[in-house]
Design a protein around this ligand. Structure first.
Ligand SMILES: Nc1ncnc2c1ncn2[C@@H]1O[C@H](COP(=O)(O)OP(=O)(O)OP(=O)(O)O)[C@@H](O)[C@H]1O
Ligand SMILES: [Mg+2]
Length: 228
């Protein structure tokens, strides 16, 4: 019965330089197991908000805490352990173009120290879990946009993360494919995984209602519960 929030942003400022600000005075609490959309226009600060959690961006004011850890106080040596707890789906997918879908996952698993045996046993299952098992041998450029997106999500699942941070996971997908991608995230949420999704896609938000945090020019201007 802990009251400590899982994720907390307290008066967070991100100033990229003297002129460009990413976030201003952001206060936000997210509990374990929540599904939260982060919405807002291009440049409003969605990616910045998400990247603070994986320490790809560091607050220049205020504090971000994750499960009680002040992320601003972490040393470089602590960052890999932090990132291992979360599945990060970057806005640009970040797939390795010269490796097949299977190898993309295998490579990521080897990079976090999984044994060859474990890789051989798990990669197929992970691809299957996002319904691209049949595309294991395809290279990223041979995959459709939705399949690439699923591969990026699959790669984020290799640590069985407790938190998934997905930046525009339905980016340029058609509505039907987008629903499939969000369904994958919704299923994980059902299993208790906390999900943060940055999106432009109002249709998705209305189809899979959840908490919505809206940013405008780096500030939170709305934070509404699913049925508010
Ligand atoms: N590394 C950086 N250096 C300087 N400015 C940055 C950097 N990253 C982001 N910004 C600026 O911070 C603001 C917020 O950017 P951010 O990427 O968070 O927006 P976004 O809401 O994710 O936009 P989009 O919907 O286009 O992905 C923008 O003005 C952007 O130009
Ligand atoms: Mg962005």
């Amino acid at each position: 019965m802990t009251q400590r929030p899982y994720i907390e942003y307290s008066n967070v400022e991100v100033a990229f330089n003297r002129l460009v600000s990413g976030l201003k005075g952001v206060n936000l609490r997210i509990n374990r197991g929540e599904f939260v959309y982060v919405v807002g226009q291009t440049g409003s600060g969605k990616s910045t908000l998400l990247k603070l959690l994986s320490h790809q961006v560091v607050a220049t004011g205020g504090a971000v805490t994750f499960d009680g850890q002040n992320l601003g106080a972490l040393s470089i040596g602590d960052i890999p352990a932090l990132r291992r707890r979360m599945g990060i789906v970057p806005q640009d997918f970040g797939l390795l173009p010269r490796k097949s879908a299977w190898e993309n996952i295998a490579y990521a698993m080897r990079a976090i120290g999984k044994s060859r045996g474990e890789v051989r046993r798990s990669v197929g299952k992970i691809l299957e879990s996002v319904s691209i098992g049949h595309r294991a041998d395809a290279f990223p450029e041979q995959l459709s946009g939705g399949e690439q997106q699923r591969l990026a999500i699959a790669r984020a699942l290799i640590n069985s993360p407790e938190l998934i941070v997905a930046d525009e996971p339905t980016g340029n997908l058609d509505p039907e494919t987008s629903i499939g991608v969000i369904q994958v995230l919704a299923d994980l949420n059902q299993k208790g995984v906390t999900i943060l999704v940055a999106t432009h896609d109002a249709a998705i938000v209305s189809m899979f209602p959840a908490r919505v945090v809206r940013l405008e020019n780096g500030r939170i201007v709305e934070d509404s519960a699913p049925n508010a």
